[in-house]
Structures are given as C-alpha cells and as structure tokens.
Design a binder for this molecule. Structure first.
Ligand code: NAP
Length: 306
C-alpha cells in the first residue's frame, strides 16, 4: 500500500511558518503583510475559494482586503481597481480570482497587476524569472507541491517525471520546477499519443488535467510518486462505478449524497501500485492556499521584482 501524502498536514506546517514570520515582523514594529483579493461577480465556486483564502489570511495574521465589483464591471473599471491596489503602499499582494465574467479579458487583468504584488505568479515577468531559474513570485500550486515533495525527502535528480497538463497555472510551471531539480521531464497533454505508456515511464507523475479518474492504476509505474492536482466534482453514478471501483466508500458517498470530489487519478487503484499518492480532497488543494500565504509574505518581505 502506498503512503498517503497528506497535503493538509503539510499545508498546516506552512501556514504555521507564515504565522511565526508575521508575528516576528510585528514584534519588530513592522506591519503584517496585506493581501487584496478581487472577486468580480457572484460565482459560487469563486466565493468559496475566496472565503478559504481570506480564512487562511486570518489564520496566519496576514491582513486581507476584498474588492467585490459587480459582474458587469467594464475592463477599464477593473483596470482602475487593480491600479488603485498597485498604488496602495498598504497592499503587498493582489489576487484576481478567476474565472472572470466572459466579457472581461483575464490575461489583461493579470498582466495589469504589479509584478512585485503578483502573488499568483502569473505575470509574464514572474513567469520569465521562473523560466530563467531566478527567484521571484511563482505559481502557488506547483511551488507548494515542490516544497512538500522536498520535505518528504523525495529525490528528483535524474528521475523521470511526467506532468499531465500544460496550463500556465499548473502544468508548465510544474514542469519547469521539476526540471530545475534535475528531473528528466515530459509534458503530456490532450494530443499526446499513448498517454498510458508515457505515464508508465514516470517515477514522479503529476496529473493536472481536470478529468475525473482518467489515470488508471495500470498507467502507474510500480513505486512511482503520484501527485494529483485535479479537483473534479462527480455526480454521475455510472462514471463513479468505473472510477471508484477500488474505493467503495467514495462510491457509497456518491450514491448517498449525489456528488463527490475526486482527482484526475483513480486514488484506490494508485494506492495499490504507487509508493506515495496525494488524496483529493486533502492533498494539493490546501497546499495551494498555503503557497499563496507564503507568496504574500514573500511579496511583503522580499519584493523580488522591485
Ligand atoms: P486547464 O487549463 O484546463 O488545462 C488542462 C490541461 O489538461 C491541458 O493542457 C489539456 O491539454 C490537458 N488535458 C485535458 N484533457 C486531457 C486528456 N484527456 N488527456 C490528456 N491531457 C488532457 O486546467 P488547469 O487550470 O491546469 O487545472 C487542471 C486541474 O487542476 C483542474 O481539475 C483544476 O480544477 C485543478 N487545479 C487544482 C488546484 C489545486 O489547488 N488543487 C489548482 C489549480 C488547478 P491541451 O493543452 O492539449 O488542451
């Protein structure tokens, strides 16, 4: 049986590290870091995510401010909101919650954020720094995953790593970070030929595709470390019967409640083949929020892009 990589427990350690650093700042008479969250409209999932981020701020002593413009805000009005936060010396980090309403250009909004306050690490300048291997604000999900893997003493040098998914938020930065640690990295995506065969080569397999249970146990190399970034809400019982065949408790929950959360990997099957696996929920999700807190602290202390 594989070891469960408890992302929640490691995220709690990261949050405590941030809390102590904030406390130390305050003891020296310095202000606590401040994160500004911009939430456009009333999207229910986004509201839940923002609530989680604000709660993590409260837990660590980071101050938070929220801007909640209505969903019909224009691009120029949104630009003004971002410009005001960019110019506010009391704000250290700015996060624009995605997705934005369709009429808005998300990339333009993200590029408008000052690179020094870009705590999501999505600004091209920060992406460029990552590309060059320079310190800077890096995307929260992959950087927190790397922290946890290192904390578990995982040896990456010379290992074969396969990253499923090539998004700018997870897949591409994850691949760059694994490369930085001297893994031999393959990025796979929807046009990859023989996805199961490519996955089977991986000593470290990271799945970030948003397809519930796509990765079967037979796709996993025995002894591999599996990181499941996907977060999927499953409501279809017939799909559940296929992907949760090795997870009877999850299937029972789906039948009872009508919905469950799962990753891109069939967790029950992976547990029988891999050496370590992150669960969903309780794996990468909490790590991402902890990574955001780390970045806010870093933006406040280091301002690497000034
Ligand atoms: P995304 O932008 O939609 O990208 C998905 C990637 O997966 C794309 O590169 C796509 O390939 C690839 N893909 C889709 N279907 C595939 C298939 N059948 N076979 C192979 N590749 C396939 O998604 P994302 O933002 O990276 O997020 C991925 C997942 O991670 C989602 O479930 C999301 O909710 C989750 N997520 C979780 C956290 C967390 O904190 N745990 C954070 C961020 C994201 P193409 O490029 O060829 O289209």
């Amino acid at each position: 049986m594989a070891q469960i990589l408890d992302g929640k427990a490691y995220a709690d350690r990261m949050l405590e590290e941030v809390r102590l650093a904030v406390e130390a700042r305050e003891a020296k008479g310095l202000a606590a870091p401040c994160l500004a969250v911009v939430l456009v409209g009333e999207d229910p999932a986004s509201q839940v995510y923002v609530k989680g981020k604000v709660a993590a701020c409260a837990k660590t002593g980071i101050r938070s401010v929220e801007r909640r413009p209505a969903s019909d805000i224009s691009q120029s009005e949104l630009n003004q909101v971002i410009d005001d936060l960019n110019g506010d010396p009391n704000v250290d980090g700015i996060l624009v919650q995605l997705p934005l309403p369709r009429h808005l250009d998300a990339k333009a909004a993200l590029h408008r954020i000052s690179p020094a306050k870009d705590v999501d690490g999505f600004h091209p300048l920060n992406q460029g720094r990552l590309f060059e291997g320079l310190p800077g604000l890096r995307p929260c999900t992959p950087s927190a995953v790397m922290r946890m893997l290192k904390a578990h003493g995982l040896m990456m040098k010379g290992q074969r790593a396969v990253v499923l998914g090539r998004s700018e938020i997870v897949g591409k930065p994850m691949a760059l970070m694994l490369l930085e640690e001297h893994a031999t990295v393959t990025i796979a995506h929807s046009r990859t030929v023989d996805l199961p065969g490519v996955c089977r080569e991986a000593d470290i397999l990271v799945a970030a595709i948003g397809r519930p249970g796509l990765v079967e146990g037979s796709w996993i190399k025995p002894g591999a470390v599996v990181v499941d970034v996907g977060i999927n809400r499953v409501t279809d019982v017939s799909l559940g019967e296929r992907i949760f065949a090795a997870e009877p408790a999850k299937l029972a929950k789906l039948r009872e409640k009508g919905h469950v959360l799962c990753g891109d990997v069939r967790f029950g099957e992976a547990m029988q083949v891999a050496s370590a696996v992150t669960p969903v929920p309780g794996g990468v999700g909490p790590l991402t929020i902890a990574g955001l807190m780390m970045n806010t602290l870093e933006a406040c202390q280091g301002k690497p892009c000034d």
